[in-house]
Design a protein around this ligand. Structure first.
Ligand code: OAD
Length: 254
């Protein structure tokens, strides 16, 4: 099938589905200027995730992790704006098709694009929390005059993101499992599907009888095992075309 056929086929399946869920990863934000973790230009090409992305590294040397990783993320994320893929998913939600977005991203771009039901599987970068007194502060309101930045009480701030070695927030985990097991279609967009337990959500969906469709320039471990097919390419133009097509089909149906 050509790319256009796969886009048409995906739109048809969405239009005939009752409960669509999307699982998104770093790839959906690449066109917003945020580098992914793996692959060419990925963050983990420069750093060893187990070294800088692990909670133990942060606790042992927060200054180093703030300097190497978190301060750069703060700069990039503060500039980032949603792209056509996130807007496309928000349109599918307003058409009544997409019920929930489960995202591994911490950038808040789905919400900025207008998606209302977003499960932040790995937390978010919008807030920092003091390791000493638990006070929360908006990341944008903290100037990085000192590293690591500190609360008035003297405690060190950490982002409310999940580091390697930490559990998934319980509510996010429970809600994601429920969404995965109750959908009839899961769109898996821009994730390498190698980090667990997020990568297990499409497997739950498939085992519960849902169709799984991937949108990604590259195949993933799900492609041959779990997905009905891969719509191969960048999320921005593909999700936009799919949302346009679903809108057209639903206008005809109604
Ligand atoms: P990865 O960086 O592992 O994978 C990004 C995926 O996006 C790859 O499969 C790319 O092929 C794909 N991609 C690249 N450009 C794209 C585009 N324009 N449109 C669509 N897809 C594109 O990111 P994740 O799978 O999200 O965890 O990584 C999972 C987790 O690993 C992250 O949440 C993070 C990381 O370590 C934590 O921070 C705990």
């Amino acid at each position: 099938m050509t790319l256009n056929d796969l886009i048409q086929e995906t739109a048809k399946i969405i239009a005939s589905s009752k409960h669509v869920v999307a699982l998104t990863g770093a790839g959906i934000s690449v066109e917003s200027g945020i580098p992914p973790f793996r692959g060419k230009g990925g963050l983990w090409e420069k750093f060893d995730p187990m070294e800088v992305g692990h909670i133990q590294s942060f606790m042992e040397n927060p200054e180093r992790v703030w300097r190497l990783l978190i301060s750069g993320m703060k700069d990039i994320l503060s500039e980032a704006r949603p792209n056509a893929a996130q807007y496309g998913l928000a349109r599918l939600e307003s058409l009544g098709k997409l019920k929930t977005v489960i995202t591994q991203n911490v950038d808040g771009l789905h919400q900025l694009a207008g998606s209302r039901d977003v499960i932040e599987f790995h937390g978010n970068f919008a807030w920092l929390r003091c390791l000493n007194c638990g006070a929360r502060v908006k990341t944008v309101n903290v100037a990085l005059k000192e590293m690591p930045p500190k609360c008035d009480c003297g405690g060190i701030y950490r982002p409310e993101c999940v580091f390697f070695g930490e559990s998934i927030p319980m509510q996010a985990m429970d809600r994601s499992q429920l969404a995965a097991s109750s959908c009839d279609l899961m769109l898996v967009i821009g994730t390498s599907a190698v980090v667990q337990p997020a990568a297990f959500m499409p497997v739950i969906a498939r085992q519960s009888g849902a169709v799984v469709i991937e949108i990604n320039p590259e195949p993933t471990p799900l492609t041959q095992t779990t997905s009905k097919f891969l719509v191969q390419g960048k999320a921005g133009s593909i999700v936009k075309q799919i949302a346009d097509e679903v809108e057209r089909m639903m206008a005809i149906i109604n």
